[in-house]
Structures are given as C-alpha cells and as structure tokens.
Ligand binder design. Structure first.
Ligand code: HEC
Length: 235
C-alpha cells in the first residue's frame, strides 16, 4: 500500500463517519422548520409549538455546569436502539390520569429553548427526559415535588430505598444562614443547627425548576410520533 492510498483511506474512513455523525445531523437540525398540524391526523390545525414551563434557560446552565449530563441522558431512544419506552415512566407515563398513555420517543423539538441539547454522555443514572412528570406524578403538589428534588440534590441517600445511591450530593448549592427572628418559610426541613438554617441557593432553585420542566411527553404531530402503537384516541 502506498502512502497516498493510506492517507486517502484514512481520510475516507474518518470523513464518512464525520459526515454521517456531525455534518448531516447539523444540517438537518440547525433550522427546524415549524410543523403544520393536520386536522385528519392530529385533530387540530395550526402550528406545533413545543411547550416547556420553568426556568429552562438558567436551570439548564446549572445542569451543564455541574456535569449532570455526564451520568444522566435526556434521550428516549427509538425502540430499534433500546428498550427505553418500556422502562417505567422514562418515555412518559404509561397511565397518565388525564391523557392515558403518553409515552413517546424524544425528538429535536424537545430541546426548544435550551442553548445546548443536553442529550448526555453516559447513563450511570436514570434518563431524565421525563423526570418532572415522574416526580410530580408521585407527589400531590408541585411544592412537594420540588422539595423532594431539593432533598435529593442535598443528599441523594436521604430515602431508605436509595441508601446505595451514587448520585453525588450537591451541598454547595445550599447555604447555611443565621436565623434572625423566626425561621424562614423557605428553610429546608433538615440541616438546621445552632441557630442556623439551611436554604437553597438561587442556582439550586433554578436547577429544580428546570428538572421539573422536564416533561418531554407532550403530544407531537403524527409526522413526529414514532412511539409504540396506541389505541385510537389515547394520546
Ligand atoms: C456520577 C454520576 C452522576 C452525576 C454526575 C449525577 N447523577 Fe444523578 N443519579 C446518578 C445515579 C447512579 C442515580 C440513581 C440512584 C438514585 O436514584 O439516587 C441518580 C439519580 C438521580 C435522580 C433521581 C432520578 C429518578 O428518576 O429517580 C435525580 C433527580 C438526579 N440523579 C439528578 C441529578 C442532577 C440534577 C445532577 C447534577 C447536578 C446529577 N444527578 C448528577 C448518578 C449521577
């Protein structure tokens, strides 16, 4: 093999992968066109608009800064690539009280409003695509859900059944401050000592707001819906 063939072969092997993994997805996703809903398939007309509520921009920054993406993904993979849709409440709720089965795969529109799509590096912990939905379905009010998330951030082993959790504690996102007068309403129910109370920092609150906004199970137009087959009218 001549040196020339070697270099050409090398560029072709790396070039093809680079084209398929970097260039083609970039071109396809850099300008997402709005999707027109169709009366026949989606039951409504107009333009599909992905909804997220919460401090998505600030919270996503705290999420990125703390490397949550190193262990948590935010991608519900298509079924040909994994069994994500069939893992308890990863892809949406199997039995949402109002909407029935809301499970579906992730699509590019799910990262709307985020500067980077935090798809994740590896999966040491559970996928967080629908964490907000999952936590809220377990608690009766959004306040209790955010309280649970704050406790998890402070000490991931706070619950007996998570005593082996390897999610790192993020105590630096909390502040101990002196109680002046009555303890404040926003003080955490734990961590108080010697006239001091524990409160969540603005970063922790933004992060929790972002985590609660993770509800990537909004019904999508028929053209984007590659979820498992569902009974008609179940979406
Ligand atoms: C070293 C890897 C690692 C990092 C970094 C990490 N986690 Fe985790 N996380 C885990 C593991 C493992 C679990 C599963 C054990 C458990 O439930 O506590 C988990 C569980 C969780 C859960 C509970 C999920 C559920 O559905 O029960 C939440 C919420 C969470 N992590 C949030 C975060 C946030 C927010 C960050 C960044 C500030 C973060 N994690 C960083 C490994 C990690």
């Amino acid at each position: 093999m001549s040196f020339r063939t070697f270099i050409l072969g090398l560029s072709a092997s790396f070039g093809a992968a680079w084209l398929a993994i970097v260039v083609v997805p970039f071109i396809k996703m850099r300008n997402l066109e709005p999707i027109q809903l169709s009366e026949a398939n989606d039951g409504s007309t107009g333009i599909f608009f992905p909804k997220r509520t919460g401090r998505v921009a600030d919270g996503a920054k705290v999420y990125a800064e703390n490397g949550c993406y190193l262990c948590h993904t935010q991608v519900v993979r298509p079924t040909y690539a994994g069994n994500d849709l069939y893992r308890a409440d990863w892809g949406g709720l199997k039995a949402d009280p109002d909407r029935g089965d809301t499970r579906r795969e992730t699509n590019a529109y799910d990262f709307f409003g985020e500067k980077f799509a935090q798809i994740g590096v590896s999966r040491m912990g559970p996928d967080l695509s629908n964490l907000g939905r999952r936590v809220e379905s377990e608690y009766s009010s959004p306040q209790e859900a955010s309280q649970w998330l704050l406790s998890h951030l402070y000490n991931p082993r706070h619950e007996a059944d998570r005593w082996k959790s390897t999610c790192p504690p993020h105590r630096f996102l909390f502040e101990k401050r002196k109680i002046k007068g009555n303890p404040s309403d926003e003080a955490m129910p734990f961590g108080a000592e010697h006239g001091k109370e524990l409160v969540a920092s603005p970063e922790a609150k933004a992060l929790v707001s972002y985590l609660l906004s993770l509800k990537k199970d909004q019904a999508v137009p028929e053209v984007l819906n590659f979820g498992p087959p569902k009974a008609k009218g179940a979406r």
